[in-house]
Structure formats: C-alpha cells, structure tokens
Design a protein around this ligand. Sequence first.
Ligand code: ADP
Length: 520
Amino acid sequence: MENSSDVVESFFNLNGVNNLEKLKTISKNRITIIDKSGYVKYDSASDTKESHKFRQEVLEAFKYSEGFSVRESSTLNEKLIYYSRRYNENYVIRVADSYEVLEQSIRTQLLIKIITYIILNIFLFIAYKLILRKYFFDKLTNMRKVVESGKKAKELYLEEDKDLVEFWHVIKDWQNNNIRNIEKLKEEKSKLNQIFSVIDISILVIDEKEKIISSNRSFEINFFNDIHGEKYYEKIKYLKINRLVKELLLEKEPITRELHIQETGKTYLTKGRYDESKGFYILSLKDITMSKEREKIEKRFISNVSHELKTPLTNIKGYLIALEEENDPMMKKSFLDIVNNNILKMENIIMDFLNLQKVESQKALNIYPCSVHEILDEVISDMENIIKDKNVKINKKIDTLEEDGFVNLDKEKIKIVIKNLIENSINYNDKEIPIIDISLEESNKHFTIIVKDNGIGISDKDKTHIFDRFYRVDKARTSNKGGTGLGLSIIKEITDIYAGKIDLISNETDGTEIKIRVLK
Ligand code: ADP
C-alpha cells in the first residue's frame, strides 16, 4: 500500500494533481484523493461525493502526515484497510485494499516467513549442535587424555573458556586428588611388599582357576622352579606341597599340617585357607626345622641326663650292697671311695645340668662393670684344691682399657666360661705339671678369653663335636676324668647369648687353645 502511495506521489510530482483517471492504471489498489475540506477529488472504486473529512486515516494524515485504519467501507460495503499519506497542505492520498485479500496475503507471507525461519533455525540448530559437539568433544578428548595419562593435571583451559573452565577445575582437582591417593597407595603397597618379602614365612595366593596371584620372596626362593608358568603346579617344585594345594582347592577347608620336605631336609608348619569372599586360597609355610631340631635335642638331652645319672646310681647301689656284706676294712674303704666318686660324678652332672638350664632360661645378659682381676681370682680360688693336687701352674695375663681392670660384663656367665675352660685344661692333661695360660683382653668392642694348655689335645675328628651336649671324646681316654660332656656346650650357649665367637686350636702334641671373643 505504501508502494502505491509512492507511485501516486511520484505521478503527482510529475503531473501535478491532474489527470486523476490515469491513476487507475498505475495501481490495482483503490486510490482516493481527498482535499482539505474532506471532498473526494478522486476515487478509483466509486463516485462517492460523501465527505471524507472525518475518516480516521484522513484526519491522521492531515495531522501527522500518515494515517491508518481498518473498517467496513460505507461506500463499498466491504471491510477495507486504509493507508493515507499527506501529499501537501491540500491533498491526502489514500490507498485502500480489501482487508480479506490483504489478510490472506499477510498470512501467506507470514507462513512463508515462519517456515523459512523454522527451517533456518533447524539448520542453525543442527550446525550449532555439530560445531558445539565437536568443540566439546575435542575439549573432553583432551581432558580424557590427561585423566587417562594419570599425570598431574596442568592448566588446560583459559579463564575465558567459561563453559569448561569450571568443569575442568573439578576434573583437575579430582585428578590431582586421585594422583595423591594413588601415590599414597603406592607407598603403602611398597611398604607392604617390603614386609611381605622380608618375612621368613613363605606365602602363596592362588585364585579359583589355580593361577598364582601373588607369592612372596621366601616362597619363590624356597619352592619355585625356573620354569615359566601361571598355574601353581607348573611353578611349585615339590610334590608334597602341590598335593597339599590340590587338597585345599578341592576341600576348601582350612588345613594346618606339618610337612617334611625330603629333598631339603626341612620341616614346615603349613597352613592353608580359602577366602570365600575374595575367591582365593592362601597358603603359608613356616620353617620349623630349628624348633623340631631343638625338640629332638631336648628329648635326647633328657634321655642322656637320665642315662648319665643311671650309671653312677647303679654303681652306688651295687657297691652299697657289697659294702654290707664286706668285712675287710681295706675293701670297705675302697668301696666307699667308689661310692663317693660316683656321688661326685652325679653331683657334677647335676651341677652342669643346672648351669645349662640356668643359662638357657636366662637368655638376657646381666651386664655391669666388674673387675676382671676379681673374676679370675674367684674362679681360681674355687678350684684351689684341684690346682694344688694336680700341681697346676697357672700364668695369668690381664689387659684392660682401664687400669683398674673394670669391664662391662655378665660376671656370673663369664665365670662359668672361665671355670669350665680351666677345668677341662686340668682334666684333660697328663703332664706332671699342667701349664695353663689364661689371658683376658679388652679392646674397644670386645672382651676376649684365651685359655691355653699343654694337655692331651683334641683330634680333628672330635673338634666338630666337642661343643655338642654330652659329647665326650673316646670314653677309653676320658672315662676316668669324671666329665659330663656338658661343659663346652654351656660355654657355647653363653657365647651365643653374647653373639660371640669361639676359636679352637688343638692338636694331640701341643695341647689346646680355646679363644672366646664376645661383644662388650
Ligand atoms: P666334659 O669335660 O664334662 O667331658 P666338655 O663339654 O667340657 O665335657 O668337653 C667335651 C669333651 O671335649 C671332653 O670330654 C674332652 O674329651 C674334650 N676336651 C674339652 N676340653 C679339652 C681340653 N682342654 N683338652 C683336651 N680335650 C678337651
């Protein structure tokens, strides 16, 4: 309608407000020219002479230069839409069109526009989504890479990347927390592994498919072969252990059993357990060879003590019966001497036995500063009689760091060691004058006892056994010496408590030298 007004206006500009009939040809709309008084100078659709002065669109056009209204045309009896424009002070150009036609055209145009907008929107939406998707996908891929790499998350997004920066901060914190936790777990795991690997109990964990999940160093060293394999029976080299595992897998019942491995001569306390919640089997083997040995020694020890006591006891019984029937005073005296000797022997056995028990039961050392001179003097004075009887010559050498001769020692235990060594040097000596060199030396770390004699010496074959309990060298040579076979084992026990060392130098011509070195 505005276009039509423009055309009319141009027409008027060229021709003036004349030849109005020509207007019919230049626009298909109804054109009305109204003058200032409301008089209809021209109407392309009717010959109305009705005054249009108060038509709303005309009033508005004269007043505001443009006017607009929709109403039922009283001239054409049809709903029309009017658009008026002031041409000059005197005229208004009015263009009218059928409201229905216009409405229809507006509707059609609107529809086309709406459809166009919708299509455009859909297109934009899809494009936007694709671009956005790619954008987020790229960013998320980067994030995923960082998270998967397990590395510390660094700054990846600038602050202006508003959409993701928040999300990235959360991921970054989460990743950094994870890394910290993983580090902690790794530390804990390595600690556990260290503990797991150093404990002397051998441990094996197997899953329900007979595969080895875990094993500690002790198990690997003691029971694995070099063959590559995942299943327990491929790796464990001893049949007995394989059988035990098989039993555990079949029965699923806890097992506690002692197992002796023939090939290594070792005895193990084995325990097997099925953990139903985790679905694996745990097998542990503890080496109890030592305690088994100890048990055997204890048993042997008790039977030896009884045996050793039985001989003098039988002798005493026999000679006492003989004594009752004997009238000869000389014979009586000799029987009584024999009884006495046997009692002495029993006393020796019991004393040594008690000493050994005492040393064994008090494994802790009772260390305090004591005079080395005093220790040696006390030991020698206890043995005064035998030293005199056997013409023993004792050479003493004492060398301590402090002049007063005080050293930190367990006095009682050191006295037992020195006494037993001197006793042996006297007992196993067939010289007219047994000579014993006793040397007590102190260094910064050690205290050393050396007892050297000119006695009968010890053969090489006996050297390895003389520290065993009740071991006595060839009875024929030593039976009359009244020993119990416990003296050196007591010395060894004490040296072990001290974490010390024994050196033995001996041969059957030069005699014996025993050197005991203990930590101060
Ligand atoms: P016991 O002296 O009571 O028999 P020991 O354990 O002290 O027991 O000694 C074990 C054995 O070692 C002795 O029976 C003896 O044959 C030998 N023996 C120990 N000391 C000496 C020594 N100084 N000289 C020679 N033989 C020794």
